[in-house]
Design a protein around this ligand. Structure first.
Ligand code: NDP
Length: 239
C-alpha cells in the first residue's frame, strides 16, 4: 500500500476533489475538516475522516498520530483548509480578520507542526500549502486574505529552504478563481457579488478538479524534483 496522505479542508471544494484524486491513485488518506458527514459522504476506501478544527492543535496532532498508527507515517500533507472573508477595510468587522489569520496561517502551521519533524527524521515527505494568486499580488477587498496568503507563501518558501537537504519538499499551490463554497464566507454583499460577477464575466472560474489534478501531479513527480510553486488561474482571469 502507498503511504499516508493527509488532506485538510477535505469536506468541500479543492480539498474534497484532492481527496478523490489521491484515493483513485491508491493512497490511504486522513481527511480533516469540521463537517465530518461531508467527508464520510465521499465514500472513499482507506480514508480515515476526523472532525477537527485546524485551530485545535491537540486534535490535529491526535488525528495524525491515529492515522499514522493505522496506515504509515505521513508522506504527503495537502494543507488546504482556508477561509476568505472579503470586505471593505474601513467597515469590515475586525473579528473577520482574526478568523482569516487564525485559520489560514495558524491552522496551516498546526498541520505542518504535526508532520514536519517526522518527515525530516525519515528524510522523506512532501507538504503542499494551498496559497493563492492572492498570495502573489494584491486584490481590492481582499486585504487581510492577501496578507494571510502572502504570509503562507513566505512560510512555505522559508521552510522549503530549511529542509531541502533532508529530502523534504514544500510546494506552494497558488490557484486563481475556483468555483467552490469559499466566496460564501464573505459577509460583505458587495465583495461577494463582485467576485461572483467577475467569475461570470470571464466565462466561469476553474473547477476544483483542475487544482486537485495538479496537486497530485506535483506530488507524484520524482522526489528529486521539487515543484516549488504552481500558479494556476482561469485563462480569461486578468489580474
Ligand atoms: P471551500 O470553502 O470549499 O473549502 C474550504 C475547506 O476548509 C472546507 O473543507 C472547510 O471545512 C475547511 N475549513 C475551513 N475552516 C476550517 C477550520 N477551522 N478547521 C478545519 N477545516 C476548516 O473552499 P476552497 O476549496 O476554495 O478552498 C480551499 C483552499 O483553496 C483555501 O485555502 C483557499 O484559500 C484556497 N484558494 C481557493 C481559491 C478559490 O477561488 N476557491 C483561490 C485560491 C486559493 P469545514 O467547514 O467542514 O471545516
Amino acid at each position: 500500500m502507498k503511504k499516508l496522505v493527509i488532506i485538510t479542508g477535505a469536506s468541500s471544494g479543492i480539498g474534497a476533489a484532492t481527496a478523490k484524486h489521491f484515493s483513485q491513485a491508491g493512497y490511504p488518506l486522513l481527511l480533516l475538516a469540521r463537517r465530518l458527514e461531508k467527508m464520510e459522504a465521499l465514500g472513499l476506501p482507506d480514508a480515515m475522516c476526523r472532525k477537527v478544527d485546524m485551530l485545535d492543535r491537540e486534535s490535529v496532532l491526535a488525528a495524525v498520530a491515529e492515522a499514522e498508527a493505522a496506515y504509515s507515517p505521513a508522506e504527503i500533507l495537502v494543507n488546504n483548509a482556508g477561509i476568505m472573508m472579503n470586505g471593505d477595510p474601513t467597515t469590515q468587522d475586525p473579528s473577520e480578520w482574526d478568523k482569516m489569520i487564525d485559520v489560514n496561517m495558524k491552522g496551516s502551521m498546526n498541520a505542518i507542526h504535526a508532520v514536519l519533524k517526522g518527515m525530516v527524521d525519515r528524510e522523506s515527505g512532501t507538504i503542499v500549502n494551498v496559497g493563492s494568486i492572492a498570495g502573489r499580488k494584491t486584490f481590492g477587498a481582499h486585504s487581510v486574505y492577501c496578507g494571510t496568503k502572502f504570509g503562507l507563501h513566505a512560510i512555505t518558501e522559508t521552510i522549503r529552504e530549511e529542509v531541502a537537504r533532508k529530502n523534504v519538499r514544500l510546494i506552494t499551490m497558488a490557484p486563481g478563481m475556483v468555483s467552490t463554497e469559499l466566496i460564501e464566507g464573505s459577509t460583505d454583499k458587495d465583495a461577494r457579488e463582485g467576485w461572483l460577477n467577475y467569475a461570470e464575466e470571464i466565462g466561469g472560474a476553474l473547477v476544483p478538479d483542475d487544482i486537485a489534478g495538479s496537486i497530485l501531479w506535483a506530488c507524484e513527480a520524482p522526489q528529486r524534483m521539487c515543484v516549488r510553486e504552481l500558479v494556476i488561474c482561469p485563462t480569461h482571469q486578468e489580474p
